[in-house]
Design a binder for this molecule. Structure first.
Ligand code: CP
Ligand code: NVA
Length: 307
């Protein structure tokens, strides 16, 4: 059966673990698996800007023996003239998988519905599940077993990253804390889905308005830009509202002494995180960025095996 990755809880704990285990293997031996040899083509479509996602999918698809076809929506019919469903009907006869970075989650769900090849969400307004596979790989490398660890997220709790941390980390059996002003809290339906998953895995999700309380004793400290793509018009309000949730060195001191700092990047130094934290000894952001490659290759291999 064709499987897709549209949001983080599309994967069970066992499936998420299988993909991260495979990513660890592929990181040790980058050219070990060639499921796309031929080469088969994978379409990678962008409605929004990207550095990491574009490069890691292009390089990863080539590593797997395939050929990446990078499409910018601005130069395709998808940007308004043709529906996601019709686009998928055209692509599925020619490509092995479709990767799409877009705005509305509903669009990527339409793209995947009834499509014969795997569809991968490369970031929507609501979720960024590829980033989370890389982040979980990074946390495992630095902290070992994921289950039982505490991850604290600071800032825009409504962002795609906050939603993905909630769903993916709870799936992994972790304890997730989200510190934000009440009006920037994660969506209620996402919290409800996370609570259901937590009951199966032993994880948990807790919302905070006090940043210091959320940081206390955490294993992983994380933040994201305060102004996500598509939110540029809210920039001034967001800089004003989220100032108390900046990750500072003082905040890091409240976490465990061996805590790590992660950030999906790109980062706005001086806003959501101080330079001394992101450029300091507890930061593992460059490992995290590299791990996009290994995690997405493992995801592609795994999805192609399910067909
Ligand atoms: N983290 C991330 O997805 O980066 P890009 O926007 O550069 O792809
Ligand atoms: N929340 C950010 C993530 C960028 C990778 C955005 O959507 O712009």
């Amino acid at each position: 059966m064709t499987r897709h990755l549209l949001r983080d809880d599309d994967l069970t704990l066992a499936e998420q673990t299988e993909i991260i285990d495979l990513a660890i293997e592929l990181k040790k031996d980058r050219w070990k698996l060639k499921p796309l040899e031929g080469p088969q083509t994978v379409a990678v479509i962008f409605d929004k800007s990207s550095t990491r996602t574009r490069v890691s999918f292009a390089v990863g698809i080539a590593d797997l023996g395939g050929s990446p076809l990078i499409i910018s929506t601005a130069n395709s019919q998808l940007g308004g003239k043709e529906t996601p469903a019709d686009t998928a009907r055209v692509l599925e006869r020619q490509v092995a998988a479709i990767v799409w970075r877009t705005y509305a989650q509903a669009g990527i769900e339409e793209m995947a519905a009834g499509t014969r090849v795997p569809v991968i969400n490369a970031l929507s307004d609501d979720f960024h599940p590829c980033q989370l596979l890389a982040d979980l790989l990074t946390i495992r490398e630095h902290k070992g077993e994921l289950a039982g660890l505490t991850l604290a997220f600071f800032g825009d709790g409504m962002s795609n990253m906050a939603h993905s941390y909630v769903l993916a980390c709870v799936t992994a059996g972790m304890h997730v804390r989200v510190a934000s002003p009440e009006v920037y809290a994660p969506r209620e339906d996402v919290i409800a889905d996370a609570d259901r998953r937590a009951a199966e895995t032993g994880g948990s999700v807790t919302l905070y308005t006090d940043a210091n309380e959320a940081a206390a004793g955490a294993d992983v400290i994380v933040t994201d830009t305060w102004v996500s793509m598509g939110k540029e018009e809210e920039k001034l309000a967001r800089l004003r509202d989220l100032g108390a949730y900046k990750v500072t060195q003082e905040l890091m001191f409240l976490a465990k002494p061996e805590a790590i700092f992660i950030h999906c990047l790109p980062a706005d130094r001086g806003y959501e995180v101080e330079a001394e934290v992101i450029d300091g000894p507890q930061s593992v952001v460059w490992d995290e960025a590299e791990n996009r490659l290994h995690a997405q290759k493992a995801l592609l291999v795994w999805l192609l095996r399910q067909e």
